[in-house]
Design a protein. Structure first.
Length: 366
């Protein structure tokens, strides 16, 4: 949920630090399989599919609330959907005609959803309790700042909720990041950064986030780069050599980037993002070529689990969950069962439910 969710510490509502068992147990009923490596050298992250009772056609964005419900901008069905922890899917505001919802964000109090509608060139607000939809701003295609009656966007692809409840909108085809502020008279839209003011040319800025230090991070899709913007000085640090980076999110210790054409989620330690110098990057990919095909949306829950919306597959459920803690557990299993043998191929024949039981045991012992 915006910065609050992505920066939240691994604690429960009472403020107690979660045990490793609890971190792995959260959301267990909402997954269907553990994807262990099929051969030596493959990714060993705990990558699971999110089980739902109906297909999500083309999820372009996913967000998670404090109760671990997922909200998805389903571009293919032109709907916003809620996935409960038991996998039940419900359409939010089913009678409303969205154009093409491209991104969804959750307000800090979790009473509202905000939708960036690519097709209608506008931003909507949804009351979670009543499911009433309010048109916030955006009156036809264009590039105009002003009130809700005057402001115009050109294919907005991202929306982010700031700590002061204002919104940042990725106005992709205007090559700009816009701000939506709630004022006494209603809504006021201004331009934060665009190619008219930026020292670095933006090329289809698809999504953006603020970190806990107030820096603006932009997934500059067309340039395959991440831009880190100091909003006071407007100085920009660029991180290059991504494969069509399209979305990003922060956990407590990492920056996660969706590399759309690379079919990969890349993670970078936050203490290595102060400069544009080369960082050590870790790639998370599926155990077969169809997994994580064209990842397009990403979020992190309060337990440091990462959710990824994948748009590359057209006929199946395209939501995945990454359990960051399982990689270290897998290494423990490898040593405990196989000793110090370099050949650990015998592990790949172990049923995934057996692996899960071992993971549970390790959590209990930690």
């Amino acid at each position: 949920m915006g910065t609050k969710t992505s920066k939240a510490k691994s604690q429960n509502k009472m403020g107690r630090s979660l045990t490793l068992r609890e971190k792995c147990e959260v959301g267990k009923d909402a997954v269907t399989e553990i994807c262990v490596p099929s051969k030596k050298g493959e990714s060993t992250w705990g990558l699971t599919t999110v089980k739902t009772d109906q297909v999500i056609l083309r999820p372009y964005s996913v967000q998670v609330d404090s109760c671990l419900n997922l909200y998805v901008a389903d571009y293919g069905s032109r709907q916003v959907k809620k996935i409960a922890t038991n996998g039940t899917v419900a359409v939010v505001a089913p009678n409303f005609d969205f154009g093409h919802p491209n991104d969804v964000a959750i307000s800090k109090d979790e009473k509202h959803l905000f939708v960036a509608d690519y097709g209608n060139h506008c931003v909507y607000r949804i009351d979670v309790a009543t499911e009433e939809v309010e048109h916030l701003c955006g009156k036809g295609l264009g590039f105009v700042d002003g009130t809700e009656a005057d402001a115009k966007f050109n294919c907005p692809t991202g929306v982010f909720v700031c700590n002061d409840e204002s919104l940042l909108v990725s106005d992709m085809n205007n090559f700009a990041i816009r701000k939506v502020a709630f004022v006494k008279k209603g809504v006021e839209v201004t331009t934060v950064i665009s190619n008219k003011t930026s020292p670095v040319e933006l090329n289809y800025p698809y999504r953006c986030k603020l970190d806990n230090k107030g820096f603006l991070w932009i997934a500059d899709y067309g340039n395959s780069a991440i831009r880190k913007v100091n909003l006071t000085t407007m100085e920009i640090v660029s991180f290059q050599d991504f494969k069509s980076c399209i979305d990003l999110v922060f956990s407590r210790d990492y920056l996660f980037v969706c590399e759309y054409s690379g079919n990969t989620v890349t993670m970078i330690k936050l203490d290595e993002t102060e400069t544009s110098e080369k960082q050590k990057r870790f790639s998370i990919h599926g155990s077969h070529e169809r997994q994580l095909l064209a990842p397009i949306g990403i979020c992190v829950d309060a337990y440091e689990n990462v959710y990824v919306a994948v748009s590359g597959e057209r006929n199946s459920n395209d939501l995945y969950k990454i359990h960051l803690y399982w990689k270290s557990y897998w290494n423990i299993i490898r040593v405990v069962l196989g000793g110090m043998k370099e050949d650990d191929s015998f592990l790949y024949s172990i049923p995934s439910d057996v692996i899960y039981i071992i993971l549970e045991y390790l959590c209990l012992r930690t």
